[in-house]
Ligand binder design. Structure first.
Ligand SMILES: [Zn+2]
Length: 441
């Protein structure tokens, strides 16, 4: 081609090439898919095996046992894995952390799962009916863990795992994290610091994945008033603790309700002359007389938010509201951090686009972003402030956190193929290309 048309020609050449890379499977990718089709029954048998080991969060021996099964499998794939114990005071089993080093400079991928469940079954509880299996953890999220494992096995069979930089963290207390979080989430956060992106395997859907989810925190307002005969209320005796608390929670609603992705529920409220409130158990007692101006009250609630900025802005407003006391009263508010927000980022959207392309190439159709309000908190939230990621790549099913939990075994195939293809395509990218841009850019 001549000089005049070189630019246009390059564009023409690039377009169909890019298109082909997106929509067709390479021979390696086809081989990965074939391997997964062949290992489908074995994968289901593996899932049955781990579902049949009860491992609710506080069953520490059970959690470690499931961890040991995955550890052996990951070791056999060339991972260097270890069970990380937590201090005894946390009363949690610990986490499985596994590392695989490949090509220097290639993207470093953190895969997040968990081996604990909410429900503790009596024992082996897997019941398969056709393509559906009932079993605790089958969906949330031993199914997700098995998706990760079999995707990696297929990549090894295709000869491409050896180039990949992968860290796996399967936590042992996702469903009921031990405290303090700074201790029980340290290994996960440390893993995020040595990786570029995170993929998490909470229960998935056919056509969406999670690129953002709200963070969770708690707030508690305590008010005090001057105890006196009720005849003096609104006068020299002041308004009392309950009117002050009512003013505050009503002002929260009036001034803050309606902002997108922000919610702040009042979970409980208690007031009177003798108030005893257990902030951990979220229960308490009160006693009073109808002719006494109450001297204390407490309201306790949550605060969910899509970004640190929204959280801080809301807290500032709440403090401001609390400070405007009614006559004869006092009040204070305190906040407790629980889960950080996974804010929507350009990097998260890019990962979803890659996943979407992989899904389409496999014939499973497009994958879109799930509404951030539709998902509860999860372990990826702890790493989201550090690196980009997506969640909801796990098994399809119903009834998680309940004894009737079910997992769709046919969809397990689809989810494993999607993950294997995503990893295969991601691993050819550089670490530098996934470095998170500062928020100001
Ligand atoms: Zn889960």
């Amino acid at each position: 081609m001549n000089r005049m048309t070189r630019a246009a020609g390059a564009l023409l050449l690039a377009a169909p090439f890019a298109l082909r890379a997106q929509t067709a499977l390479t021979p390696t990718e086809t081989k990965i898919r074939e391997t997964l089709q062949k290992s489908h029954d074995e994968q289901i048998a593996y899932l049955e095996r781990v579902v049949n080991i009860p491992s609710s969060t506080l069953n520490l021996a059970g959690v470690r046992k499931v961890g040991a099964v995955f550890k052996a499998s990951l070791d056999s794939l060339g991972f260097e894995s270890k069970w990380v114990s937590l201090p005894e005071a946390t009363q949690r089993a610990g986490h499985l952390v596994a590392e695989h080093r490949g090509r220097a400079g290639a993207v470093r991928i953190l895969l997040i799962g968990h081996v604990d469940t909410v429900v503790e079954p009596d024992g082996p509880n897997w019941v398969r009916t056709d393509s559906i299996a009932k079993g605790v953890g089958g969906n949330d999220m031993k199914g997700g863990d098995v998706i990760i494992l079999y995707a990696l096995k297929a990549l090894q069979a295709a000869g491409t795992l050896k180039d990949m930089n992968i860290t796996i963290v399967f936590t042992g207390d996702e469903e009921h994290p031990g405290l303090p979080l700074s201790v029980t989430r340290k290994d996960l956060i440390d893993a995020a610091k040595r990786n570029d992106i995170a993929l998490a395997y909470e229960g998935g859907n056919r056509s969406d994945a999670t690129t953002a989810r709200r963070g969770a925190s708690a707030w508690r307002v305590t008010t005090t008033g001057r105890q006196a005969h009720s005849a003096g209320v609104f006068g020299g005796a002041g308004y009392g603790a309950i009117y002050e608390l009512a003013r505050i929670v009503n002002e929260f609603r009036v001034q803050l309700a309606g902002e997108q992705y922000l919610t702040f529920n009042v979970g409980t409220i208690l007031g009177g002359t003798d108030v005893e409130y257990d902030t951990v158990g979220i229960k308490g007692t009160t006693a009073s007389k109808l002719n006494i101006i109450p001297k204390s009250a407490v309201a306790h609630g949550d605060l969910r938010f899509i970004s640190e900025e929204q959280k801080e802005k809301t807290r500032a407003k709440m403090r401001e509201i609390v400070a405007k006391h009614l006559p004869g009263t006092d009040a204070k508010i305190n906040f407790t951090d629980e889960y950080p927000a996974m804010s929507p980022t350009a990097g998260n959207a890019r990962l979803l686009a890659l996943y979407d392309t992989a899904s389409t190439a496999l014939g499973y159709g497009p994958v879109r972003a799930l509404d951030p309000g539709a998902r509860g908190a999860g372990d990826i939230s702890f790493v989201a402030p550090l690196i980009d990621g997506i969640d909801g790549l796990g098994a399809l099913g119903t009834g998680s956190h309940a004894p009737e939990e079910r997992v769709n075994l046919n969809a397990l195939q689809m989810q494993t193929e999607r993950t294997a293809l995503l990893l295969e395509r991601l691993s050819r990218q550089t670490s530098a290309s996934f470095a998170r841009k500062p928020a100001s850019e």
